[in-house]
Design a protein around this ligand. Structure first.
Ligand code: PMP
Length: 305
């Protein structure tokens, strides 16, 4: 991945992709204290556009605040850096990765003598779970790994170190022949996927877990709004794994995963064992919005040129 043509925004400048390097004593590499975002740009009616850029940048700043990391740039500068990362790499659609990390000035855990660095990269990336799975749905398993507790790493920040937990859960699920993991919280209720928020549909009502231990997903917020606009009731509540077994439909949401139907949990088919009608409708609405085909939410799109 490091060996390719293109540009990466690093500490205020566009540098050649291959030169965007950091030292082995980079503090974040050792202890995982850093924050990042995952953002997407789509080929939209009005030209390549970043979806909900401000919301992602706001969450990045909130993540940094939670982790007590000083931010050396303004939101406007980072919004511009993300547009430039797509534009300067000539990308029509892209996954954008801003990341805030500590430098190599020291190794102490006090982190009181460190510089904060910021990078933004962008590259072409298709459907995270594969094009086919957006239609047929994925097979998932309840994880033996528990989602972070609010007083362990906290869960409102999208922090680098938190993703060890995601990777352990995902690798376990894949090794059991599944596509993704469903993580429970420390009390045993459904929390989220390794990189997605969770939704289920029962008797025409859409349910999603409260945000106590799940990330406050921007796609989650988007889908909740689109569902309400389509006339659905959306309830945030504690969900148990057996409620999911007997749900009519289930799906994951995320910037990378978009709206991915879940066809099976723990070897039990959900509903008909395929993408359900509510999931299909919300998925279609989501793709209309991100591609600028819906007149209603054009303010969620920021063109890159
Ligand atoms: N939960 C986790 C753990 C994630 O990594 C992500 C991806 N950022 C999400 C949920 C979904 O968040 P969003 O819709 O903002 O991408």
């Amino acid at each position: 991945m490091s060996d390719r043509d293109g540009f990466i925004w690093l500490d205020g400048e566009m540098v050649d992709w291959r030169d965007a390097k950091t030292h082995v004593l980079t503090h974040t590499l050792h202890y995982g204290m850093g924050v990042f975002e995952g953002v997407r740009a789509y080929e939209a009616e009005q030209g390549t556009s970043i979806f909900r850029l401000e919301a992602h940048t706001d969450r990045l700043f909130n993540s940094a605040k939670i982790m007590n990391m000083p931010m050396p740039y303004s939101k406007e500068e980072l919004n511009e850096a993300q547009r430039a990362a797509v534009r300067d790499n000539d990308l029509k659609s892209a996954y954008i990765r801003p990341m805030v990390f500590y430098g190599s000035e020291g190794m102490g855990l006090r982190a009181d003598n460190l510089k904060t660095h910021v990078m933004v990269a962008a590259w072409e990336w298709g459907a995270y779970m594969g094009e086919e799975n957006l239609q047929k749905g994925i097979k998932i398993a309840t994880s033996s790994f528990t989602r972070h507790h609010v007083n362990v790493t906290m869960t409102k920040a999208k922090s680098n170190g938190a993703y060890m937990n995601s990777m352990l859960a995902l690798q376990e699920a894949v090794s059991h022949g599944c596509d993704e993991a469903l993580l429970l919280d420390t009390e045993g209720y459904v929390s989220e996927g390794s990189g997605e928020n969770f939704f289920m549909v029962k008797d025409g009502i859409i349910f999603t877990p409260e945000l106590t231990s799940a990330l406050d997903g921007i796609t989650r917020k988007t889908i909740m709004q689109l569902a309400k606009e389509a006339g659905y009731e959306v309830r945030e509540k504690r969900i148990t794994r057996d409620e999911v077994y007997i749900a009519d439909e289930a799906f994951f949401t995320g910037t990378a995963a978009e709206v991915t139907p879940i066809r099976e949990l723990d070897n039990r088919p959900i509903g008909q064992g395929s993408r359900g009608p509510v999931t299909e409708l919300l998925q279609a609405k989501y793709f209309d919005v991100v591609h600028g085909r819906s007149q209603q939410h054009l303010d969620w799109l920021t063109t890159v040129v």
